[in-house]
Design a protein around this ligand. Structure first.
Ligand SMILES: C[S@@+](CC[C@H](N)C(=O)[O-])C[C@H]1O[C@@H](n2cnc3c(N)ncnc32)[C@H](O)[C@@H]1O
Length: 272
C-alpha cells in the first residue's frame, strides 16, 4: 500500500492541501506538499509519476499525464437514464425492495452511487487510505449538488478492511445485500472485455497503479464467507468469463456482455 505520496497544489489551494495532508496522515499516509505554478496538462505530462493534486474541483490522483477522481458529478447523466428495469445490477441486488446494502469493495463508488440512486441504503467500505480519501471528498462535494445530494444521503462511508468490518457486523446485524466487486486480473478476461474496458476506463488505469500491493492482487476470496454471515443475499460482480469467487458456485447468475452478477442466497433467512 502507498504510504508516502506527493501532493501538488497551486498557491491559492494551500489551505486545502494542508487539510488533505492532515487527513491522509491520520490514515497512515505521509504527504509531501509541493507548490506549483500551474497545474495544467503540460505539468502532468512532465511529472508522470503517481501523485495527488488538489484544485478547485477537489482531490485528484494523477499519473502518466492523466488525472482522475471518483467523479460522481460526471455520473449524473447515467443515473438519470437508469431504471430498476434497465439495470442488471438492480435485479441482482433486488433494489426494488430498497434494501440495506453493504458494498464491501467500494473502489470509485460508481456501482454504489447507482444502487443508492435506485433506492438502496448503502454502506460503502474501502480499505485503501488514498482511495478512501478521494471517495470522501467526492461524497462531500456531492452533498452540495442539487441532484446528487438526495442520492448521497443514502450513502455512508466506512474506512476499513471489509474482512474486519464484516466480522464486526456479524455480531450485530444482518443486512439485505452484501455487494462484492474485488479486483480481477485483466489477463483472465476475454479480449473483447479488455478492449472495452481500456476505452471506457482511463480511470481504472490509475486505480490499478494505486492498488497492487507488492505486486500481489488480493482477489477477495476470503470475503465471500464473511459476507454470507451478514447478508441475506451476496452479489458478486465478475468479468463475464471469470472463475467463481472462492470457487463457489452461485445460486443464480445474471449475464451481461462484459460482466456478470453471481448471487448467493441465504435460504433459511429468506424463508422466514
Ligand atoms: C474493482 S474495485 C471496485 C469498483 C467499484 N465497484 C466501483 O463501482 O467503482 C475494488 C475495490 O475494492 C477494494 N477492496 C478490495 N478488497 C477490500 C477489502 N478487503 N476491504 C476493503 N476494500 C477492499 C480495493 O481497494 C478497490 O478499491
Amino acid at each position: 500500500m502507498v504510504s508516502a505520496i506527493r501532493l501538488y497544489a497551486e498557491s491559492d489551494d494551500q489551505e486545502k492541501a494542508q487539510h488533505f495532508e492532515a487527513v491522509l496522515s491520520s490514515r497512515g499516509v505521509q504527504v509531501e506538499i509541493e507548490t506549483v505554478e500551474k497545474l495544467n496538462a503540460r505539468f502532468f505530462r512532465l511529472n508522470p509519476e503517481l501523485a495527488l493534486c488538489v484544485d478547485a474541483d477537489g482531490l485528484w490522483l494523477c499519473a502518466n499525464g492523466m488525472k482522475m477522481q471518483p467523479d460522481w458529478q460526471a455520473e449524473t447523466g447515467r443515473l438519470k437514464r437508469a431504471s430498476l428495469k434497465s439495470e442488471m445490477i438492480a435485479r441482482a441486488c433486488n433494489l426494488s425492495e430498497k434494501p440495506s446494502l453493504v458494498d464491501a469493495t467500494a473502489g470509485l463508488g460508481h456501482d454504489s452511487l447507482l444502487m443508492a440512486h435506485l433506492g438502496a441504503q448503502v454502506t460503502l467500505v474501502e480499505r485503501h487510505p488514498i482511495l478512501f480519501t478521494l471517495l470522501e471528498d467526492s461524497h462531500t462535494r456531492a452533498q452540495s449538488d442539487a441532484f446528487l445530494s438526495q442520492v448521497v444521503s443514502r450513502i455512508n462511508l466506512v474506512f476499513s478492511d471489509s474482512a474486519d468490518y464484516l466480522k464486526q457486523q456479524a455480531e450485530q446485524q444482518i443486512v439485505d445485500v452484501v455487494y462484492l466487486d474485488p479486483m480481477f486480473p485483466q489477463r483472465d478476461q476475454n479480449q473483447q472485455a479488455v478492449k472495452k474496458q481500456a476505452q471506457v476506463k482511463k480511470q481504472m488505469q490509475l486505480l490499478h497503479m494505486l492498488l497492487p500491493e507488492d505486486g500481489e492482487m488480493d482477489l477477495g476470496d476470503n470475503l465471500l464467507e464473511l459476507a454470507q454471515k451478514i447478508g441475506k443475499r451476496v452479489v458478486v460482480k465478475r468479468p463475464r468469463l471469470a472463475v467463481f469467487l472462492a470457487g463457489k458456485e452461485p445460486n443464480h447468475q445474471w449475464q451481461g456482455d462484459a460482466c456478470r452478477f453471481d448471487a448467493y442466497f441465504r435460504h433459511e433467512l429468506v424463508a422466514e
